[in-house]
Design a protein. Structure first.
Length: 221
């Protein structure tokens, strides 16, 4: 069972935390992480691109020259794809890029991503994140320096915390989120996974095998 130090905002060790083996020590499935990452990135595409085919381009109604006797290829109008300002052969049209991923694959991908972070010692657990006086960016900057996460870092709280989001919004390479908004792309995209102790416990409850089996049993009933 992986054991991680619990730090305070000043970077001092205040305890240890035993990570759940089912969530942070699962077998890594690269295919599942790739599939879910592709689905997330595809869902972010607007799909509003559009180009004109030769039937939609304006003009080109008159035959440009006679059929025979010119020595040139036979053409009707100037809006064919091989001409300048002509239509496209396989014109792109508005479409949805979303792909469906089974729930078990999504859970496997999340557990694989969390296991990768634990195996690479990139998980930093904080006892709590509090602002004593004012909500300032400097507080988050000093905290990240103290805990050794001054590069790309993702800060995760148990619930949505407007103060943490506001204080970290202007820091380059830092993103604040909560357990309800976690996804595989964000977890893998940041070097440091800074998470509060309460958030870790909630993540373990959400992706623990026993919890999942119990939820599926209740749905079937």
């Amino acid at each position: 069972m992986p054991t991680v130090k619990v730090l305070n905002m000043q970077g001092k060790e205040v305890g240890t935390y035993d990570l759940n083996e089912d969530v942070f020590g699962a077998e890594v499935n690269v295919y599942a992480m790739h599939t879910v990452s592709r689905a997330i990135l595809n869902a972010q595409r607007q799909g509003t691109q559009s180009a004109l085919t030769r039937t939609e381009v304006r003009g080109g109604g008159r035959k440009i020259y006679r059929q025979k006797g010119t020595g040139n290829a036979r053409h009707h109008g100037r809006r064919a794809p091989q001409f300048t300002h002509g239509g496209m052969v396989f014109a792109v049209k508005p479409r949805s890029y979303r792909i469906s991923v089974p729930r078990k694959v999504r859970r496997l991908a999340m557990k694989s991503a969390l296991t990768c972070k634990a195996a690479e010692n990139q998980i930093i657990i904080l006892d709590t994140i509090e602002f004593t006086n004012e909500v300032k960016t400097k507080v988050i900057v000093n905290m990240l320096k103290a805990i050794g996460a001054d590069k790309k870092a993702m800060i995760v709280t148990a619930d949505a915390n407007a103060d943490v989001v506001r204080a970290s919004a202007n820091i380059q390479g830092v993103k604040a989120s909560h357990t309800g908004m976690l996804n595989v792309v964000d977890i893998l995209n940041y070097n440091s996974f800074v998470v509060t102790k309460e958030a870790v416990a909630r993540i373990e409850d959400m992706y623990n095998d026993e919890y999942i089996e119990q939820a599926e049993t209740e749905e079937n009933e």
